[in-house]
Ligand binder design. Structure first.
Ligand SMILES: *[C@@H]1O[C@H](CO)[C@@H](O)[C@H](O)[C@H]1NC(C)=O
Ligand SMILES: *[C@@H]1O[C@H](CO)[C@@H](O)[C@H](O)[C@H]1NC(C)=O
Ligand SMILES: *[C@@H]1O[C@H](CO)[C@@H](O)[C@H](O)[C@H]1NC(C)=O
Ligand SMILES: *[C@@H]1O[C@H](CO)[C@@H](O)[C@H](O)[C@H]1NC(C)=O
Length: 388
């Protein structure tokens, strides 16, 4: 009999050099790996659709879903404590969207967008983390590594989201509670605020109604993930409503105070585009990896070189024959699809021998798929045999 779990060894007609450790299928990352890498094409999951292009929101003008996804992750984790081990990125925000510290429609919209992806193999907390990777990358930002294994809270968590009117010392303490020192506080604030802005309807003391398009004041002059939020602050040209405007008079100029908390050292460094990107990669990963104590996170998700799908054995002809079917996805990022002549499954019979004859199952082209940085080709196979 064919033993599928052992013989799904696709043989690829090219020399492969593996730069990093690749996952072994099956694994707990499998569902999230699909959500992360199959943006378009065959078997696409379409997670990135809601943040593509970067400026998009299904809610229309004046909303930016990518910014809201990052804000969602921050508001979820910001009430955690590395001292008590309670809270962090645990989707407790699901129970905390009725006002209070989580003002505005962004959180409900984001969680509703994420809901179809929730399953026993993808917790909402992991999906929120994936949202940071997806939103940042869709906007041209760095690759934020995503680990999995977050466990969803079953009730609201404590309060403690940093709010614009808080004194600077309170910000420093609140960020220290989630494990961020002052440098990291400044960096993660800038990284989060390179996208989006402030809505007059939610924060009338920060943006006055009727003063900007859509009553939505952006943090910087671009709608991509770039260093402008930092460089425009440093050069004195910023229009960030948390730095200039009415917020200065009523103490809600939180970005101005946070950015200056170390004498502008960090924000000046982040005015450099490559420093901005690399710093954001580090602090945004740190942000999504603040999890309740006892949570065991996996290694960062990397794409499989070869991944099977829908592998199925079916008895036919009253049990006289057996059909073995499925798909094989091959990563073509560094191994051009054009150089793959064939993909074959090589197997052996139940005693490890070759009574199966050539013991090869050929595959045929099924489709192509792509993520932000990876491409794939998918081939399917169907073998019917009476030898088992
Ligand atoms: C978000 O959803 C919750 C639960 O349905 C509701 O109580 C709350 O009013 C909503 N918030 C906004 C801003 O729409
Ligand atoms: C904050 O932590 C980072 C990473 O460990 C470190 O590089 C930086 O110097 C620290 N900053 C302060 C102010 O301690
Ligand atoms: C920090 O930068 C801001 C904006 O350019 C400026 O107003 C402030 O004086 C600077 N602070 C220090 C200590 O350099
Ligand atoms: C598989 O395909 C190759 C050509 O790529 C062909 O030579 C071979 O006979 C096929 N084997 C089977 C078992 O269909």
């Amino acid at each position: 009999m064919i033993r599928p779990s052992l013989w799904i060894l696709a043989w690829i007609a090219s020399v492969v050099q593996y730069a990093t450790a690749v996952p072994t299928w099956p694994s707990s990352i499998d569902e999230l790996e699909d959500i992360m890498f199959l943006n378009t094409g065959y078997r696409s999951r379409g997670f990135a659709v809601a943040v593509t292009p970067c400026s998009f929101s299904a809610q229309g003008n004046g909303r930016i879903a990518a910014a809201e996804w990052i804000r969602t992750a921050f508001h979820d984790m910001a009430t955690g404590s590395v001292f008590t081990g309670i809270g962090g990125l645990d989707a407790s925000l699901v129970f905390e969207t009725n006002g209070g510290e989580n003002i505005g429609a962004a959180f409900n919209t984001t969680l509703t967008t994420f809901a179809p992806f929730l399953s026993s193999r993808a917790s909402m907390a992991d999906i929120i983390a994936m949202g940071v990777y997806t939103a940042v990358r869709s906007c041209g930002g760095p690759v934020v590594p995503v680990r999995t294994g977050r466990i969803d809270a079953t009730a609201a968590g404590p309060e403690g989201v940093p709010l614009p009117q808080n004194p600077t010392g309170t910000f420093i303490n609140q960020f220290a509670r989630v494990g961020f020192n002052t440098t990291e506080m400044i960096a993660v604030t800038a990284c989060g605020h390179t996208l989006g802005g402030v809505h007059a309807a939610d924060f009338p003391q920060i943006v006055a109604a009727g003063t900007v398009a859509n009553d939505f004041q952006h943090f910087d002059s671009t709608t991509i993930f770039d260093e402008k939020v930092a460089s425009e602050f440093v050069s004195g040209t910023t229009t960030n409503p948390l730095v200039v405007g009415p917020s200065v008079g009523n103490g809600r100029n939180s970005d101005g105070r946070v950015f200056a908390a170390d004498g502008n050292v960090t924000i000046k460094a982040m005015a450099n585009p490559s420093t901005f990107a690399s710093t954001c990669r580090t602090v945004l990963q740190k942000l999504i990896d603040v999890v309740p104590s006892g949570t065991a996170l996996t290694d960062s998700i990397t794409p499989y070189e070869v991944k099977p799908y829908a592998v199925q054995l079916t008895l036919l002809d009253g049990g006289a024959t057996i059909s073995f079917t499925g798909d094989i996805r091959v990563r073509t990022t560094v191994r051009p699809a054009s150089q793959i002549a064939n993909v074959q499954l090589v197997y052996k019979d139940r005693s490890g021998g070759t009574s199966c004859g050539s013991c090869i199952i050929n595959t045929s082209y099924k489709g192509a798929a792509a993520g932000f940085d990876d491409s794939f080709t998918v081939r399917s196979f169907k073998k019917t045999t009476s030898v088992f």
